[in-house]
Write a protein that binds this ligand. Sequence first.
Ligand code: ATP
Ligand code: NI
Length: 318
Amino acid sequence: MTTKTNRKESVQEPLLEVENFSLLFRHYGKGLRESNLEVIRKFDLTIHEGEIVAVVGASGSGKSLLANAILGILPDHAVMKGTLNYKGEALSHKKLLALRGKEISLIPQSVNALDPLMKTGKQVQTVIKEKNKREIQNAIFRKVGLAEETGDRYPFELSGGMTRRVIAATAMVSGAQLIIADEPTPGLDPAALHETINFMKQLAKDGKGIMFITHDIETAIQVADKVAVFYAGQTVEIAHANDFSGKGEKLRHPYTKALWNALPQNEFTPIDGTQPFAYEATEGCIFQPRCPISTDICRQKQPAFHSVEGGEVRCFHA
Ligand SMILES: Nc1ncnc2c1ncn2[C@@H]1O[C@H](COP(=O)(O)OP(=O)(O)OP(=O)(O)O)[C@@H](O)[C@H]1O
Ligand code: NI
């Protein structure tokens, strides 16, 4: 199953290509019986230069694991399967070590990512290659809504929101070609959110590719060109940001429609049930137990990812 040939995108080699990607945790039960917990299942995503792709999913859907897998920072009992390519070449561990922090940069979800013993300004400056480090650091601090003096403070002297801004600022000035931002916006006030979104767009204009992970659909459609909707470890749909409009008529997957219509400014209709763990799912479609339009085939088989009206979807009824 490959969807690559269906995509109407530039012929340029994508920055990041994730295809049929699964992530398992080796797990030892009673009597050292080994079993595998599959937390990401057959995930597909492509990011080109100049493109911002949002990955939207509920808590526990596997977003941070995906980000960490791309950066090669997973626990020892994690097993990856499938394709992970950077500029057309497999992202081996060795290659990752060479690219990490230089060509590929992570804005981690955890606010513990800063060195507690180094002033924040210095930390940001360590990734700046140019000579006028202090000036560049001050400029990026202003952009993300931090006072210049913040650079002379230690991480423990900052609030959670300020810490997030420092972390985001670090990735923004790193010169990386691919930025994986894992929930970079919670805790930002509206003005700083606006600035951050504009700055991400500016980075994309400069040719960088950005994976923007969030559980917030509204932020996703403001910042991204494409939105990948993640459900229990699987991409159920890749839509264009402007497909999110009206009552969601242009959206392809029932879960995406449900997410859209659950927003307060839309119908405010909650979705019944809860997201399963990816490894709990059986043969059928992962969304089937909560799906309003499911039929027999949805219980029997897993739908393949296929193109529908310029987007992609994993549903028999789209
Ligand atoms: N080291 C681990 N070993 C086993 N299971 C794990 C491990 N880390 C995460 N998981 C499981 O994998 C699933 C996905 O976790 P992940 O942190 O990627 O979710 P997320 O989408 O980033 O959630 P959030 O929005 O809350 O940050 C969860 O069910 C979690 O329990
Ligand atoms: Ni997360």
